[in-house]
Design a protein around this ligand. Structure first.
Ligand code: NAD
Ligand code: UDP
Length: 337
């Protein structure tokens, strides 16, 4: 199979490109490099021993997409490209709807015009919104509570409508929980620009001396230790989930939804403790006020992915922290180091 990976030089994309190459697929990456660098792909090539053809194309450029689809005979697309910061999406919603939703429509039109109708899409647990009981199950009504989440929800709707209208389409909607960790080689990993929004990249930068201390957002939630619970998933488990979904839809049409998570909630303090264990020393932190919009606790019911795809997570929170730390320690300034 020749797979087009949009956003393939980014965090989850680069790990998935490696997993695809290791599984014997030919992979082509397109990305506009707005939140990544080609260095990630050079390192993927170093690990796999195979070059990664790269094209700098923006989703909002229909001609660029058309040229790309004319140059290759793609079997399927894995679609990671998009903007992903919840807070930023509330300040610049138009950019989020334009890049994520209009950009995806351009991609789908190019796919249709070139007879490529298999797609695996990066959705998110954020589509479950504020009102669903935990654990989250795919059949629940969704309703995101921020513009970023609504772009994911709208793209899910577009893909579902497309597959209902034209039975040639095969669609996998993957709802990721909290991806963390890095490839165990320490060569590729997450390289956030500016101040990290997410917990584990922030702790990693404290550990490497780039930030003074972790601010724990809220210690008075109704949870066992008062801090929020999330379902953390190793990025290599997540990459393997994409392969499983791709294999499933290769012989089926229709639209499918799967949660990709571990099914377990870990607290902020548990994550910090596990990271401290990986680093081998305590890390400075302070419990501060709650972050606006944070939910106290959520995790996946991952049983559909197990039943349908034979996929489940195999890597523990300690492995996530050890691998994340190896990457950060070896690359204190990310790909710029
Ligand atoms: P990332 O920013 O590392 O990767 C996204 C890539 O898309 C980047 O390389 C960026 O340069 C590229 N991109 C952005 N806009 C583009 C455009 N208009 N045209 C072409 N390329 C563009 O992010 P990631 O963490 O690897 O996330 C990948 C996908 O998974 C995203 O769609 C994200 O919303 C989704 N997701 C991520 C998380 C998470 O916590 N990391 C959780 C749930 C869902
Ligand atoms: N968090 C924190 N300090 C930080 C970043 C995150 O205490 O600097 C907490 C946050 O409140 C949440 C958990 O860590 O309870 C995971 O946050 P993240 O942003 O990584 O994921 P999300 O909240 O989007 O699931």
């Amino acid at each position: 199979m020749t797979i087009l990976v949009t956003g393939g030089s980014g965090y989850i994309g680069s790990h998935t490109v490696l997993a695809l190459q290791e599984a014997g697929h030919d992979v082509v990456v397109m990305d506009n490099l707005s939140n990544s660098s080609e260095e990630s792909l050079r390192r993927v090539a170093q690990l796999s021993g195979k070059p990664v053809p790269f094209h700098q194309v923006d989703l909002t450029d229909p001609e660029g997409l058309d040229r790309l689809f004319s140059a290759y005979d793609f079997t399927a697309v894995i679609h990671f490209a998009g903007l992903k910061a919840v807070g930023e999406s509330a300040s610049i919603p138009l950019e989020y709807y334009y890049r994520n939703v209009a950009g995806t429509i351009n991609l789908l039109r190019a796919m249709d015009a070139h007879d490529v109708r298999s797609i695996v899409f990066s959705s998110s647990a954020t589509v479950y919104g504020e009102h669903n009981p935990i654990p989250y199950i795919e059949k629940m009504e969704i309703g995101a509570s921020n513009p970023y989440g609504r772009t994911k929800e709208q793209i899910e709707d577009i893909l579902s409508d497309l597959s209902a209208a034209d039975e040639r389409w095969s669609v996998a909607l993957l709802r990721y929980f909290n991806p963390v960790g890095a490839h165990p080689s320490g060569l590729i990993g997450e390289d956030p620009q500016g101040i990290p929004n997410n917990l584990v990249p922030y702790i990693a930068q404290v550990a490497v001396g780039r930030r003074e201390k972790l601010m724990v957002f809220g210690g008075d939630y109704d949870t066992p230790d008062g801090t929020c619970l999330r379902d953390y998933i190793h990025v290599v488990d997540l990459a393997e989930g994409h392969l499983a979904a791709l294999n499933h839809i290769a012989s089926r049409t229709g639209a499918f939804r799967w949660n990709l998570g571990s099914g377990r909630g870990s607290s902020v303090l548990e994550v910090l403790k596990s990271f401290e264990q990986a680093v081998g020393r305590p890390l400075p932190y302070e419990i501060t006020g709650r972050r606006q919009g944070d939910l106290p606790a959520f995790w996946a019911d991952p049983s559909s992915a197990l039943a349908d795809l034979g996929w489940s997570t195999t890597r523990s929170l300690d492995e996530m922290c050890e691998d994340h730390w190896r990457w950060q320690k070896n690359n204190p300034n990310g790909y710029a180091s």
